[in-house]
Design a protein. Structure first.
Length: 444
């Protein structure tokens, strides 16, 4: 998600950070590019204008221009503006009400409403230890009630038994009565979807809302529909006053325009993000984390904390120097593998590093995985010091010896050499981008 913006912002800030001092025209150039990047990501025009104006107001101040690291300052300002556009602090589901707490799910057909109802039920059950009852009020589509029943079974959550012929209002009332009688904490009412904004169905939602007085009226919208999602949200909000938004298919939404516009345009907070078809693919919508991801500046705080706990300081410094000089041999690779193994998964760590957004995919496709690290360390241990310094001398007979010595195969030795090669290339690129140095600065 947000890949388009992330790539562009990464370029903009790479350029800014390379400058020692920023002139007003540098800032203006960057702002122009930010504006284009946002428009390209399908962010609503008024939101873009507001965003750029806010950043400009803060970035063009004399203090910023005189500051020691103006590029970083601009990054920080943009970061804060992004967090604000995304809605500030995370907005959790409201569970502060006497049980049974009714949640009303509304949205267009195909937005992912039924799936999201089951996802929320599962989330409340596993994370909040709530007893949840699911009920489908969709009498429009014959299979809708059955679909929710099946999803409920998958999530191992109870769904209200289906009684054919009941009206949506009757089902809603029966759900609430059942929940009171059987002491449920939360009742999730999945309403009938609409193909488009439909007055009759809106009236139905209003009647249900008046009857059950929901604590949350959650609108489910498909992020992939871009500005249409924002229009839909505005219409629903005017008709039935939503308390929050769940954006689905953010997993497939490279642009992110709707997610960025939603809060400013509708005033309603985005509470949750659907990240896939599976029932556990529902995340909290966390503006701070998302802004971090968009900017590719990473969760440096998290990295420092983990690194400080695990990394050998002297070793890290030695490696940083070698990397900066472009000298990096298999001994260093082994030493780095040991350290990275201690820190957790490689791609997880890379995700937290500044500036690596662009190359992360390449690294993932290179399939670097901590489980093979131990094997690699064993292979490297079976090499002579000369071989470690200059792996080019490794021909067939040497590889055979190393494979035998490390209890691996020649193929595995070859694979390691290929990965070392990939890694060296990556380091060179990171160095160019300042990423490797930044990482080492952080861990020292
Ligand atoms: P409804 O008509 O609004 O109730 O939509 P459904 O819940 O039936 O969902 C329609 C399709 O979207 C289904 O195939 C879901 O698996 C899929 N879907 C729902 N949420 C997400 C999501 O967050 N990501 C992805 N990739 N697919 C989703």
């Amino acid at each position: 998600m947000f890949d388009t913006l992330s790539g562009k912002f990464s370029d903009i800030f790479d350029r800014l950070r390379r400058r020692g001092a920023l002139s007003e025209s540098d800032v203006n150039d960057a702002l122009r590019e930010i504006r284009l990047a946002l428009l390209d990501a399908d962010v609503a025009l008024p939101v873009v204008k507001d965003f750029v104006a806010k950043v400009k107001e803060q970035a063009v101040g004399a203090e910023v221009l005189r500051s020691v690291s103006p590029g970083q300052m601009v990054v920080k300002i943009v970061n804060d503006a992004l967090i604000e556009a995304l809605g500030g602090a995370p907005s959790p589901l409201n569970l502060f009400a006497p049980a049974p707490i009714p949640f009303l799910m509304v949205g267009l057909q195909g937005s992912g409403k039924t799936t999201t109802s089951a996802k929320i039920a599962l989330r409340l059950k596993t994370r909040e230890r709530k007893k949840v009852l699911l009920a489908s009020l969709d009498t429009q589509r014959p299979a809708a009630q059955l679909q929710l029943e099946q999803l409920a079974q998958k999530a191992e959550v109870v769904s209200l038994p289906i009684i054919p012929g009941q009206t949506p209002l009757q089902i809603a009332q029966r759900a609430m009565e059942t929940a009171r009688r059987e002491v449920y904490d939360v009742v999730i009412l999945d309403t009938a979807g609409r193909l488009s904004i439909d007055l009759a169905l809106m009236e139905e939602v209003k009647a249900i809302r008046a009857a059950v007085n929901p604590v949350e009226t959650l609108l489910v919208v498909d992020a992939m529909t871009g500005q249409d999602a924002v229009t839909t949200a505005t219409a629903f909000n005017e008709a039935v006053q939503i308390t929050g938004i769940v954006m689905t298919r953010l997993d497939g939404d490279a642009r992110g325009g709707a997610a960025l516009s939603m809060r400013s345009v509708t005033g309603a907070p985005v509470k949750l993000a659907g990240m896939g078809e599976k029932l556990d693919a529902l995340d909290e919508f966390n503006p701070e984390r998302i802004a971090g991801r968009i900017l590719g500046m990473g969760d440096i705080v998290g990295l420092v904390e983990r690194a400080a706990a695990n990394i050998d300081q002297v070793e890290a410094e030695k490696l940083a120097k070698k990397m900066a000089k472009g000298k990096f041999d298999l001994d260093d690779y082994a030493s780095q593998l040991k350290q990275i193994s201690k820190m957790g998964s490689l791609s997880g760590i890379l995700g937290m590093l500044p500036g690596v957004g662009k190359i992360k995919q390449q690294i993932e496709s290179a399939n670097l995985d901590t489980t093979v690290f131990k094997k690699h360390v064993a292979i490297i241990s079976s090499m002579t010091p000369a071989e470690r310094r200059a792996p080019d001398i490794l021909k067939a007979s040497r590889k055979k010896r190393i494979a035998a010595g490390s209890g691996t195969t020649v193929q595995e030795v070859n694979k390691l050499l290929k990965q070392f090669d990939d890694m060296s290339t990556m380091m060179k690129r990171m160095n160019k981008m300042g990423g490797a140095e930044a990482m080492m600065r952080q861990v020292q």
